[in-house]
Design a protein around this ligand. Structure first.
Ligand code: GLA
Length: 399
């Protein structure tokens, strides 16, 4: 083989291996934005970490605590980015150390422009210096936003690549999360630019769907309709990110409450979890995990549902049926099983007959309900009642 060709093959395959190592399955964790906005501080974040540990979240796989916008305090006289000393008097490294002792990884946030979305210091032209700073603090994940940057795709690709390269050069494994809200179809280029995940939509609000006449604010259904169509682009080390889970927010507080974010009921929050798991979404909790009720815990900590999301095959579900009322998603799993989700988008409970042949599955299966934790039937069909906005989630094993 010619030398240059060998080097090229080596470079491409090492990028691939690198991305797979960083996020072989969708990242799981908690992120500060939807609940706290920029009103964050080290005390609250430590309490969140304690709660993640005590509630069983860490054991269930939620291994990242991600600080979103608002941590920055400008730059020092050597241009190094620094945290706001009032919010983080002990510094970010001390927080990282605290988390690492608990087996939690630290995520941080910046933006590909001079200022972030909330107007704080960002990383344009300081990519290498900031990446080195993040690495020296022990950061494991970077969400990189795109406010205050030019709208064209070329600039976005260049700016994301610059930060991806800087992260690799820093010598630390840091997951790179691209956040330009799907505006430039990042599913086509973000993996090449060095991202392991990319947001596909605008910010999720704490609502099921837009109310009639409402023109802005993404609800769960607006996001589903974009993200469910992108299954071809996801795989180990490269994930579509339909934004955070709103489970447990109950319309109480934070930016997710803006733009019609009036809150959801628990059936809708369970659908959020089921659908995001089927779509291989990063599972990023945003409610106040210090005060979760039992239902919120049951939704977020269902191991059988999480296993669908974290399945090593890494195939995003295909939406096989997409009517106004019924949506059916099918996701192949590593051991040959299938996960199947049936969503009732209607305003009334209704009976649904699922014929497995209609979703491309021939033969007979044992059908296990992953919310009821029991086998509900065996054969080539399932029929049952589905509440308004409920998602029934099944695991099918060939018999
Ligand atoms: C953008 C992002 C959000 C959040 C805020 C922070 O809106 O999409 O997820 O990070 O910025 O300012």
């Amino acid at each position: 083989m010619k030398k240059w060709l060998f080097s090229l093959v080596f470079f491409v395959s090492s990028c691939y291996v690198h991305a797979q190592q960083l996020a072989p399955v969708p990242p799981m964790g908690w992120m500060s934005w939807n609940y706290f906005a920029d009103k964050i501080n080290e005390k609250d974040l430590r309490e969140m970490a304690d709660a993640m540990e005590q509630s069983g979240m860490v054991k269930a796989g939620y291994r990242f605590l991600m600080i979103d916008d608002g941590w920055q305090g400008g730059r020092d006289n050597r241009n190094a980015i620094i945290p706001d000393p009032a919010k983080f008097p002990s510094g970010i490294k001390a927080l990282a150390d605290y988390l690492h002792q608990k087996g939690i990884k630290l995520g941080i946030y910046s933006d590909a422009a001079p200022l972030t979305c909330a107007g704080y210091t960002a990383s344009l032209h300081f990519e290498e210096q900031d990446a080195a700073t993040f690495a020296s603090w022990g950061v494991d994940y970077l969400k990189y936003d795109y406010c205050n940057a030019p709208t064209d795709s070329n600039t976005a690709k260049l700016r994301y690549k610059a930060m991806a390269n800087a992260l690799r050069k820093s010598g630390r494994y840091i997951v790179f999360s691209i956040c330009e809200w799907g505006d430039r179809k990042p599913w086509l280029w973000a993996a090449n630019a060095g991202g392991q995940l990319w947001r596909t939509t605008g910010d999720v609000r704490d609502k099921w769907q837009r109310a009639p006449g409402e023109k802005s604010g993404e609800g769960l259904m607006e996001i589903l309709d974009v993200n469910a169509e992108l299954s071809d682009y996801a795989g180990p080390g490269r994930w579509n990110d339909p934004d955070m889970l709103i489970v447990g927010l109950y319309g109480k507080k934070g930016p997710s409450g803006d733009l019609g974010g009036i809150g959801c009921n628990d059936i809708e929050y369970a659908s959020n979890m089921s659908l995001w798991c089927m779509m291989n979404a990063p599972l990023v909790v945003t409610c106040d995990v210090r005060h979760m009720n039992d239902i919120t815990k049951r939704i977020l900590l269902n191991e059988e549902v999480i296993a669908v999301n974290q399945d090593p095959l890494g195939k995003q579900a295909i939406r096989k049926i997409k009517g106004d009322q019924w949506n059916v998603l099918v996701k192949p799993l590593a051991n040959g099983d299938y996960a199947v989700a049936v969503l009732n988008r209607g305003t009334e409970a209704a009976i649904y007959s699922l014929l497995l042949q209609e979703i491309g599955l021939s033969g007979k299966y044992e059908i296990r309900d992953l919310w009821q934790h029991q086998v509900v039937t065996s054969g080539n069909k399932w029929k049952g009642k589905i509440l308004s906005h409920e998602t029934r989630l099944f695991r099918l094993k060939k018999v």
